[in-house]
Design a protein around this ligand. Structure first.
Ligand SMILES: [Zn+2]
Ligand SMILES: [Zn+2]
Length: 141
């Protein structure tokens, strides 16, 4: 992987650069990812917060999850493009939306979570390990 990798929102007002390889990458079918995505899931790359430099202004929507933590979803106030989210149970990590990447191949999914809320029409790679909800962090690949 070529570092740093870059990405941003649809209109370009928000840009980021990440100097570290993702620690975790996967698809999530939870209701919050779905409703903020435009399709049946959200795809995320978890990277160390210290490795990400973001420019531009973001709007935030913060909501509790069924796992008991809070997720703060950051998106561009102009174009609405989702950029990243912060999870209160995973301090120090930033979850970049794969849809915001300049080079889409930087995203190499390892896992699928919340398949319990998956739409029948949203078919995924059957070779990936999948979980009905959010597995404990130490069981993730
Ligand atoms: Zn934008
Ligand atoms: Zn989700």
């Amino acid at each position: 992987m070529n570092l740093p990798f870059e990405g941003g929102c649809l209109c370009g007002a928000v840009r980021y650069e990440c100097s570290a390889e993702p620690v975790i990458a996967g698809h999530c079918h939870c209701e919050h990812c779905r409703r903020s995505s435009g399709t049946g899931h959200g795809s995320h790359l978890g990277v160390p917060e210290a490795a990400v430099k973001i420019t531009g202004e973001l709007s935030v929507f913060e909501a509790p999850t069924d796992a008991g933590n809070t997720v703060a979803r950051h998106f561009c106030p102009t174009c609405g493009g989702p950029v990243h989210s912060l999870n209160s149970s995973m301090q120090g990590m930033v979850f970049l939306r794969a849809s915001s990447l300049d080079d889409l191949e930087v995203f190499q999914p390892q896992v699928i979570v919340y398949t319990g809320q998956q739409a029948s029409w949203d078919k995924m790679d059957p070779s990936l390990p999948s979980f009905e909800g959010m597995p404990p962090p130490d069981t993730l690949p």
